[in-house]
Design a protein around this ligand. Structure first.
Ligand SMILES: Cc1cc2nc3c(=O)[nH]c(=O)nc-3n(C[C@H](O)[C@H](O)[C@H](O)COP(=O)(O)OP(=O)(O)OC[C@H]3O[C@@H](n4cnc5c(N)ncnc54)[C@H](O)[C@@H]3O)c2cc1C
Length: 395
């Protein structure tokens, strides 16, 4: 007789939940509970920006996730400090940014067609506990709205009591792409940063402008704006004033939001938690932002969620036929802790003024294309960034 597959409930179908569902669906009986319908997500507000670097795209491939083709592939990272463009470093493997509204809904429909059960429900804490009785394992993938379970905070990795930046994001048309096509990072010391990201949406290619403003500075100029036209005008003014390199490529006549809901303002208080817990002698694990929530400043959230999803998958496969208890949770945390620490410490450092030795490395990148390429790789392989910031090794 074929043994029954263990049952897993994933709460939340964001990056973490989706990567897990694809990875786990062959070996386990997977149910995903998501508070929004696909139609609500598709026609709703943008949720984020996102750049899936090479290792994340390899995992998407490994788990047979949807393929987004070759359009808008991101080849490079452009770095500017103040008004000084330093370099464009080439990535070793192309990256891709797909609007999460499109990525999530397409993946949810595809998974449902492949036999994964979906339920639409906003799970509360009581209900989350009740799910423990029904499933062999519950995985909390509720993102920054979560967690639903009290995973303990790791104080050393969670130094900030408040957000370090205001996040101001719009998806626009009317900007000529940079060359080579890439993410442009502009650091304005004392004010914040701007990320320009080429992305794919349901409407076609767009340019994301993502301002990270230090609170109560001149860049923090969008307070209270909820109207799309006012937001667009304000963004055009901010680009003209602070980001002349981008403004040169902005066509004032055609510059507009790609749709009426393609803008958002938010702020994130970073917090890292131990991603497992015993509740009434049953193991619960967390994956993605629900347990590893960093400031978006280094663009690692999706990539870290995907990395941890793969590590959780590997853990569950390794112990597929054992009892799932606290040891499984420990094993998952042992597999992820070092990488989570490196991403988090680098990200937290990026919210502070850049250390002098890092500024010197960036200046070297302006003189030396090999160095520039190595710095671009920090974003694709944050372990390299961690070493450059903290080990004082050359990149
Ligand atoms: C402004 C901004 C910019 C960012 N830029 C980048 C970037 O450039 N690159 C990058 O890699 N990362 C970026 N991030 C981070 C990235 O968006 C997240 O790390 C990533 O989406 C985390 O995935 P997740 O699955 O953990 O959570 P989410 O993507 O938030 O998904 C969580 C899911 O759970 C569902 N859910 C929540 N609560 C419940 C509940 N109670 N019941 C049922 N369902 C529930 C939600 O509806 C959602 O679908 C950015 C984030 C922000 C806010």
């Amino acid at each position: 007789m074929v043994p029954l597959k263990k049952s897993i409930c994933i709460i939340g179908s964001g990056i973490a939940g989706l990567h897990l569902a694809y990875a786990l669906k062959e070996d386990f009986d997977v149910t995903v509970i998501e508070r929004h319908t696909t139609e609500e997500i598709r026609s709703g507000r943008i949720m984020s920006t996102q750049v899936h670097f090479g290792s994340t795209r390899k995992r998407e491939n490994r788990f047979n996730m949807p393929n987004w083709g070759e359009q808008s592939l991101i080849e490079s990272i452009h770095i500017t400090i103040g008004n000084q463009k330093l370099f464009a470093g080439m990535l070793q493997e192309p990256a891709l940014s797909v609007d999460q509204r499109l990525y999530y809904t397409h993946s949810m429909k595809d998974l449902a067609e492949k036999g994964v059960s979906f339920r639409v429900e906003k799970v509360d804490k009581e209900r989350a506990e009740a799910l423990l009785d029904t499933f062999d394992l519950v995985i909390d993938c509720t993102g920054k709205n979560g967690p639903l379970f009290p995973f303990p905070i790791e104080p050393k990795l969670s130094p900030f009591p408040t957000p370090q930046r205001k996040c101001i994001v719009g998806y626009f048309t009317g900007i000529q792409a940079n060359d080579p096509l890439g993410v442009s990072v502009t650091v304005l010391p004392g004010l914040g940063e701007m990320f320009e990201i080429p992305a794919l949406t349901e409407q076609g290619p767009v340019t994301i402008l993502f301002l990270m403003a230090i609170q109560n500075t001149e860049l923090d100029a969008f307070k209270g704006i909820t109207n799309a036209e006012v937001f667009t005008r304000k963004m055009s003014d901010a680009v003209q004033k602070f980001f002349p390199d981008v403004y040169k490529r902005l066509d004032v006549e055609t510059f507009k939001l790609s749709d009426e809901k393609s803008f958002l303002q938010t702020a994130v208080t970073p917090v890292i938690r131990k991603p497992y817990l015993m509740v009434d002698e049953k193991l619960v694990v967390g994956c993605g932002d629900s347990v590893f929530l960093n400031d978006p400043i280094t663009g690692q959230g999706c990539n870290l969620s995907s990395f941890c999803a793969e590590q959780l998958y590997e853990t569950l496969i390794e112990f597929k036929h054992s009892k799932w208890d606290e040891e499984i949770g420990k094993s998952y945390w042992n597999r992820t802790k070092q990488y989570v620490t490196e991403v988090t410490e680098w990200t937290n450092a990026m919210t502070e003024p850049l250390p002098e030795h890092v500024v010197q490395l960036l200046l070297q990148g302006a003189q030396d294309q090999v160095k520039a390429n190595q710095i671009a790789q920090w974003f694709a392989n944050p372990t390299k960034a961690f070493e450059a910031f903290f080990s004082r090794l050359n990149v």
